[in-house]
Design a protein around this ligand. Structure first.
Ligand code: KL2
Length: 553
């Protein structure tokens, strides 16, 4: 095997040996030279999975401004290349030394390292793969954007920091089933064996503590993602979509960093409930820090229904998911009362930033009076049939979820909000009456909505709320042109990472603060178009990965 120390290429042996002996001498003296492959015991080193592709391509970076997560990444083959010059080595060494001295307590104050803060993680050109349509993608680079914060200087190096990656990896079955969306893509880039190597290498290189995936084929989870990521020290949880669907969501977390307290898989399908007759799913985990077990974190990921015309279904699915998160994220304190831990909610919401659904997540409240179902997600698609409005309430009563997106049973258990329950009960009553009248309103989505084009849901103000105060990691301002999804029919943002460590409601007690430290920049719609769209030689899904680093205390 061609280990880094045994290459005879002559182009880089000195710096490479230099860096390896430096690592051996400083980080892990017992590291055998031959172990420089992706080794779960050495989580801070990433090296290529294909030893034959060794290049003088070491990259030093700190994914977030934490000394503990210092990484040396070999970014050969498919990743950004930085020729390792003597100067570069010297600066790496200086930074290491500075960090070690900081860690040894000589210097406790947090010091951002501007040298390594902008990382071009995923730019490269694959050599030797010239063919028609093969664009030069070397100018497209993703950088880290660090959040300016008054508190940054005060931040203690001992703060618990972690990263979250959210990635819709494009299920091969959906790719094949909707191949017209990828007609402009070279067939090689659509091939699963080509895509899977890129997807995994991207994940390994980003080395996030938590990875949330959507559109994972169950067979690919079992035989590829789970075993591959396990080698990098991850524990995984998977939930396939219901019905005959073959893909689903997955959450992975670094087992040396987090311990699983609770996991809950959520399927939205309810046999006799028209608004919940779709096969979408989500996963929620409650984690605690291995090093600081008093730190809890709830991470949730989902992939909401795609159908642009059925925002009513998306909103109901989201309402159910929020009620589940509300339940999982609450835990009992020593004094018998309950508190909620910080929450990260991410996934593919199949809704654009300015849509009512996104507004609901961000603001915690939505008046859905007079909003047609086709407008809830903001996805553009020609209307078919008559305009349909949302049923009231937005979440079917049979689920026993209040219009605050909380399970009545959870409120009862926590001894919260009797008045809230009463409020919801009266809402249910009016829903029940209407359901009797509309029994045949369970139309198939492909049929024109003749009878149901009534004035359902019109006129009266109708509010749905949720108990989280969510912020988005990426700017959702109208003038932000960043996108997360691109193929021949779309070029927009539909994936999100939200985080919340507080509530807009005084009644909800929260424990633990969550602060955003940095985000991995996305590309704009123009950049995605200029690179020839997705998937391509480097980015192997029709979505980009989203990533953010947080501190938790
Ligand atoms: O938009 V997506 O891709 O979040 O990336 O979510 C759905 C779509 C995914 C799961 O249903 O499959 C894709 N036109 C375009 N894309 C579709 C269609 C369609 N008719 N049906 C499913 N998907």
């Amino acid at each position: 095997m061609n280990t880094p120390s045994s290459s005879s290429s002559g182009r880089m042996p000195v710096p490479r040996r230099g860096i390896i002996s430096f690592l051996q001498n400083t980080i892990n003296p017992s590291l055998p030279r031959s172990s420089f492959r992706c080794n779960p015991n050495v989580p801070r080193l990433l090296v290529p999975s294909r030893p034959s592709s060794w290049q003088p391509d070491y990259h030093f970076y700190r994914p977030y401004q934490s000394t503990r997560e210092l990484q040396i990444v070999n970014v050969a083959h498919g990743y950004p290349r930085v020729a390792v010059s003597d100067n570069y080595m010297a600066s790496v060494k200086r930074t290491f030394e500075q960090i070690f001295s900081e860690e040894n307590g000589k210097e406790k104050k947090f010091k951002p390292n501007s040298d390594s803060s902008s990382v071009d993680k995923f730019h490269n050109e694959r050599r030797g793969e010239e063919h028609k349509g093969n664009k030069d993608l070397s100018t497209f680079k993703r950088k880290w954007r660090h959040v300016e914060s008054k508190d940054a200087a005060k931040r203690n190096l001992k703060d618990f920091q972690f990263s979250v990656l959210c990635y819709n990896v494009l299920a091969q079955g959906l790719l094949d089933g909707n191949s017209y969306l990828y007609k402009q893509v070279h067939p090689q880039f659509l091939d699963w064996n080509f895509r899977k190597a890129n997807l995994l290498q991207e994940m390994r290189c980003l080395n996030s503590d938590i990875i949330c995936l959507q559109e994972v084929e169950s067979e690919h989870y079992q035989n590829f993602f789970q075993p591959s990521l396990a080698k990098n020290g991850y524990t995984g949880i998977y939930k396939k979509r219901t019905g005959n669907k073959s893909d689903g969501c997955a959450i992975f977390f670094k087992s040396n960093k987090f311990q699983l307290v609770v996991s809950r898989v959520v399927s939205y399908y309810r046999r006799h409930i028209p608004l919940l007759d779709r096969d979408n799913v989500g996963i929620i985990v409650l984690l605690k820090s291995v090093d600081e077990p008093q730190l809890n974190l709830c991470v949730a990921t989902t992939h909401l229904l795609f159908n642009p015309r059925r925002g009513d279904i998306k909103l109901a699915q989201l309402g159910v998911f929020l009620a589940e998160i509300d339940q999982v994220s609450h835990y009992r304190l020593e004094d018998g009362t309950f508190a909620r831990c910080p929450v990260v909610l991410c996934g593919d919401m199949n809704s654009v930033p300015q849509s009512p659904l996104s507004e609901f997540i961000q603001k915690g409240t939505l008046d859905f009076k007079d909003i047609p179902c086709g407008d809830i997600s903001g996805q553009t698609e020609g209307r078919r049939g008559a305009v349909r409005f949302l049923n009231r309430p937005a979440i079917p009563q049979a689920l026993k979820i209040t219009k605050d997106c909380q399970y009545m049973s959870a409120l009862e258990e926590r001894g919260e909000g009797r008045s809230k329950q009463e409020e919801s009960k009266s809402a249910e009553k009016s829903q029940g009456e209407r359901e009797e009248k509309n029994e045949d309103g369970e139309e198939e989505e492909e049929e024109p909505w003749k009878e149901v084009a009534s004035s359902n849901g019109r006129g009266r103000s109708e509010i749905i709320r949720h108990p989280f105060s969510f912020s988005s990691v990426y700017s959702l301002d109208r003038d932000n042109r960043e996108i997360t999804s691109n193929h021949s029919r779309t070029n927009c943002m539909v994936d999100y990472i939200y985080y919340s460590s507080s509530s807009n409601w005084p009644s909800v007690k929260t424990r633990g603060g969550l602060e955003l430290l940095s985000t991995l920049r996305l590309f704009t719609d123009d950049e995605a178009t200029a690179m020839g769209g997705l998937p391509n030689r480097i980015w192997s899904s029709d979505h980009f990965s989203l990533m953010a680093c947080f501190s938790l205390n």
